[in-house]
Design a protein. Structure first.
Length: 364
């Protein structure tokens, strides 16, 4: 019996999903179902991942709609490598994507969040989550939620609590923590989506520069463009010093580490998240984090981050930034506490928990 991992939705590039795959999958045994270079599904056992998206227009469209499995021959890919359906001991997906062609096999899928049900960036995403995601959740024998907040969302969405398991994301600690702030730069790692609340941070940064004219730092925002980008650019252009706001579509892993270690703090102003992994990336480097007071942030970071209130978000955020910049003891305390929390979530533990859940689900 072998385990099959469903990676048909994998897309190369910088995204939370691809980052999750790169962290988790090296510890998951068995075969992997991926999109091959020739445009069809391939079953492999070498942890290879595609370096580019689908070439055909039809498959590229299905891939964008998270419907990739409906454009490939899943059973044919298994047959090519000599695997029968009865040879599969289970199927795992790091996405919320059950293989609908194999309903007779025990499947474990991952739900990262249900944000589009509440704060959607497009009608397409809202409809997909409302009407298509339930089919995958129903077929899965077990659903891994990446936080208790997501688990609660799933229960509210109708998923039985008995089939939900919570496994927090792990983080790798690869360097010594930074000892002191290298600049007054503020860093955001966020797509230009509604729930990320990037525009509010830009407005708050503009007010910060007005109130503190000698502030030397920049606001650096790393994230893919989205429907909020045009509005965001207009806000930046109206700032007294627009050059102090830097918008980057993406950076390499080396550049990301340099930005994290060269900043005063990481800021997350999200109004809803499933986990918010960039906060963990900052804490792994010893960088303090200033974050919005939302349920998942409280669940994970209460006592190890500086929170600001959504009720008077801009004033509260500015006060937190100034307080951190002027209090060395606070900066060092948050650096140490955040680093300690990151150390408590090693990636091998996350992988081990996932493998154990897959094994248990197959025996139910």
């Amino acid at each position: 019996m072998t385990l099959l991992s469903n990676l048909l939705l994998y897309s190369p590039g910088h995204s939370g999903f691809s980052s999750y795959v790169h962290r988790v999958m090296p510890g998951i045994p068995g075969h992997q179902l991926v999109l091959g270079d020739q445009g069809g599904a391939e079953c492999r056992n070498d942890h290879w991942l595609p370096q580019q998206g689908p070439a055909s227009k039809r498959l590229a469209l299905l891939h964008r709609l998270s419907l990739t499995q409906h454009g490939v021959d899943v059973k044919g890919a298994l047959k090519k490598v000599g695997l029968r359906i009865e040879d599969l001991g289970g199927i795992y997906s790091p996405y919320c994507d059950a293989l609908l062609a194999l309903p007779q096999v025990s499947q474990v899928i991952t739900c990262h969040d249900l944000t589009p049900l509440y704060i959607s960036n497009s009608r397409k995403a809202s409809l997909r989550y409302r009407y298509w995601t339930p089919r995958h959740l129903n077929q899965a024998k077990c659903v891994i939620a990446i936080s208790h907040f997501v688990a609660d969302q799933l229960v509210d969405f109708g998923v039985p609590a008995s089939k939900i398991e919570v496994v927090y994301n792990g983080i790798a600690i690869e360097r010594e923590p930074i000892a002191e702030p290298a600049s007054e730069d503020l860093l955001m790692l966020a797509r230009h989506d509604r729930n990320k609340n990037v525009a509010m941070v830009v407005r708050a940064f503009g007010q910060l520069m007005e109130r503190k004219p000698h502030w030397l730092g920049r606001l650096v925002i790393v994230g893919r463009r989205g429907r909020q980008t045009p509005e965001l650019k207009k806000i930046v252009e109206k700032l007294p010093k627009p050059e102090r706001v830097v918008l980057l579509d993406g950076v390499s892993s080396t550049e990301l580490v340099q930005l994290l270690r060269g900043s005063l703090a990481l800021v997350s102003a999200s109004t809803m998240e499933g986990f918010d992994y960039p906060i963990m990336e900052a804490k792994a480097e010893g960088l303090p984090t200033i974050i919005s007071d939302i349920p998942v942030h409280r669940e994970l970071h209460d006592g190890t981050s500086l929170f600001f209130n959504h009720g008077n978000a801009m004033d509260s955020l500015i006060m937190a930034i100034v307080g951190l910049a002027t209090d060395d003891c606070l900066w060092k305390q948050l650096s140490s506490l955040g680093r300690g929390f990151a150390l408590s979530l090693p990636i091998p533990d996350q992988r081990s928990k996932i493998v154990n859940i897959i094994s248990c689900a197959a025996s139910w």
